[in-house]
Design a protein around this ligand. Structure first.
Ligand SMILES: [Zn+2]
Length: 79
């Protein structure tokens, strides 16, 4: 489990207008912020990643989103 605070490394910007929960964009530049626990997980996580509450969990380039309505899509840039 990779549990570093991505906010220390990346600057995150919300995607506007917010994508529909039914069609969340996927890609290396997209990160999902969990609105329940504020955890941030990449939308195509290569290493095993999850937010604290378990809404977002994935590995190997695939991410499971339990409740897409509780996700904010952001893009991340290295600081
Ligand atoms: Zn969460």
């Amino acid at each position: 489990m990779l549990n570093i605070d991505l906010r220390k490394i990346y600057r995150f910007t919300p995607v506007e207008p917010p994508p529909s929960p039914a069609e969340l964009p996927r890609g290396a530049e997209f990160y999902y912020e969990c609105l329940d626990c504020t955890g941030i997980v990449n939308s195509v996580p290569h290493v095993k990643s999850a937010c604290t509450c378990g809404n977002l969990a994935g590995a190997g380039g695939d991410l499971d989103v339990k409740d897409p309505a509780r996700v904010k899509v952001v893009t991340g840039r290295l600081k």
